[in-house]
Design a protein around this ligand. Structure first.
Ligand code: ZN
Length: 324
């Protein structure tokens, strides 16, 4: 269980798959979201009767109402960015279908609850990293899987099969929904970033261009070699918070200094780029060092979307309208 006085090391075991109790996000959930942290048990719960359980009382979410939280959309199954923010004692919500199948951005009921959280004003920082698989330029190289879109045909090349057409729609819709969440967070007073590999064609999507103008984002370049990874790979963050600008790096090494990732396959045929999808811990820590002061540090606490809704302050009957 994530509660305030559990040591950090118990909170963020990177090698242990963390399971949010995502039943909380089930539409059939009937209990009040104004729940205690007991509702967000994870696979890392200490066993009953352990010293941690015997001395630690779970925090009451109502007492944390209005806290500024970190929302990690498409966090990846290992949610490395969330893990880093938890080390900074932040309150975090990780969203990814890989963590729990019910956290599906394309599920309208789940997405509706996510939109409410994004527009509530309690998200101090929102990050999104939609899967770039069908936006990757790697597929434009000879010998790779068939490219279903190109920079000039973002809506799909001609003569797609039904399955390929669906992949075009799903990948585009995921980007659109991530951006809608980020625009709501930014409108409600939070800072945001969206991340894609530098060579992702998603940067060319009109809705991505709109986000970049809407939030007047800075484009910060993270080469892997600057963060303890000897890979020919880089990530690009479009971020609204100027404090992240100094984190930008340039690879100063000669050409071909780093291990080639693009288009390289393992002996079983899978692409090496898959294992490089997760951010290096050093990169996550650099980001959380800068961003965590924007957030409430009453954790570490990891909540589901529905549990986090319990942190949204409730307006009194005679309170004035709120404008962000
Ligand atoms: Zn380098």
């Amino acid at each position: 269980m994530f509660h305030c006085d559990v040591p950090d090391t118990a909170m963020v075991q990177e090698d242990t798959p963390q399971e949010l109790d995502c039943q909380q996000d089930d539409a059939s959930e009937t209990s009040s979201p104004m729940a205690t942290a007991e509702h967000i048990a994870t696979a890392e719960d200490p066993p009953l009767g352990s010293p941690q359980n015997s001395i630690a009382a779970p925090p009451i979410l109502e007492e944390l109402a209005g806290a500024r939280i970190f929302l990690d959309i498409c966090s990846g199954s290992g949610h490395p960015l969330t893990t880093s923010f938890l080390r900074k004692k932040c309150i975090c919500v990780s969203v990814d279908k890989l963590i729990c199948s019910s956290m599906d951005l394309l599920d309208n009921i789940f997405f509706d609850s996510l939109l409410r959280l994004c527009s509530s004003g309690i998200v101090g920082y929102g990050a999104a990293a939609p899967n770039c698989g069908d936006y990757s330029r790697l597929k434009l190289r000879p010998g790779g899987p068939r490219a279903i879109r190109t920079p000039t045909q973002l809506d799909g090349v001609p003569n797609l099969s039904a399955e390929e057409r669906e992949r075009i729609q799903v990948s585009h819709e995921l980007v659109c929904r991530c951006i809608l969440c980020l625009e709501l967070i930014f409108s409600a007073g939070g800072h945001i970033h969206i991340e894609q590999p530098t060579n992702s064609m998603a940067w060319l999507e009109p809705i991505m261009q709109h986000l970049i103008k809407f939030a007047a984002t800075y484009l910060v370049y993270f080469p892997a070699c600057a963060f303890d990874r000897d890979w020919q790979k880089s990530w690009l963050l479009a971020c609204s918070y100027p404090g992240l600008k100094p984190l930008g790096r340039i690879c100063q090494h000669p050409p071909d200094s780093h291990e080639a990732i693009a288009g390289v396959r393992f002996s079983d045929g899978t692409f090496k780029s898959r294992i490089t999808a997760e951010y290096p811990p050093a990169m996550c820590d650099a980001i959380s060092d800068v961003v965590s002061p924007l957030l409430s540090q009453h954790g570490p606490l990891q909540l589901s979307v529905l549990s986090a809704a319990g942190l949204i302050p409730q307006k009194g009957l005679h309170d004035l309208p709120v404008s962000h």
